[in-house]
Ligand binder design. Sequence first.
Ligand code: FES
Length: 147
Amino acid sequence: MNHSEKIKRNEFLKNLGIKGAALLAVYCTGASLSSCQNESAITPDATGELLSIDLTSSAASPLKTVGGYIRQNNVVLARVSTTEYVAVTQTCSHEGRKEIMFTNNQFYCTAHGAVFNKAGVGQNSNGRAGIKVFKVSISGNMLTVTN
Ligand code: FES
């Protein structure tokens, strides 16, 4: 895609009300842009907030169970214990595919099998570059993920 096409696409996406990380997520889908290879592709909004979710909402229902997770705004948010949540980027450090999930108490990329522990440290060859772990804070029922 050349520069003017990118601008046109940007305008189009803006008209749809898509911005920030979500916009980048659209750009990165199926793209081979080098900027999509890692978490630097994520641009937080002015507050640095990547995701904010009400833990009592239906969207957050997978988080009621230890081992459950959700994916939103290029963030994978997992409930790793009764008291702890961990958030990482959905974009794999191996080849930039947005296929990170949480399973067996670790983060896993379904593309080529990269595995990362809860601290973001790679556990096998494809995961050797590690994965970005975000900050998680909870206030009342609101959970917020920041860069
Ligand atoms: S892109 Fe995730 S393992 Fe290859």
